[in-house]
Write a protein that binds this ligand. Structure first.
Ligand SMILES: [Zn+2]
Length: 125
């Protein structure tokens, strides 16, 4: 079953969210057809009164807050998405640390080779 998604204003929790969009005229349907929506949005609740807003994503049926894991377009419970992002960040950090370790090791090897070459030249000259 496809999960039904609901956007809620982060400031007031309202679902009265509107987005700017791009539409084109469809001659056959005799109406505009939605092409794309913009990321930016406004909240039309009485509290926010049309102010720019940021939204949280919720399951429209259960109300559960949702999120997306790295490299995924699928919404999952926010706790799962947050855990996946934490794992992703930890893996990125581990990869970065490994690259730094390898770079440092290569630098040490290079320095040792230069020191050996200099010592060899000193001994043989
Ligand atoms: Zn609002």
């Amino acid at each position: 079953m496809t999960r039904r998604i609901e956007e809620r204003c982060q400031d007031c929790g309202s679902t009265e969210i509107i987005h700017d969009a791009v539409a084109e005229w469809d001659v056959e349907k005799q109406r505009y057809v939605l092409i794309d929506t913009q990321d930016g949005c406004n909240c039309n609740s009485d509290l926010c009164n049309g102010a720019e807003c940021h939204v949280d994503i919720h399951d429209a049926d259960t109300g559960e807050q949702l999120g997306r894991a790295p490299h995924s377009f699928t919404y999952v419970p926010k706790s799962e998405a947050d855990a996946a992002w934490a794992d992703y960040a930890a893996q990125q950090e581990a990869d970065r640390a490994e690259r730094d370790r390898v770079r440092q090791q290569e630098q040490t090897i290079h320095q040792n080779a230069e020191a050996l070459a200099a010592a060899h030249q000193e001994i043989t000259s």
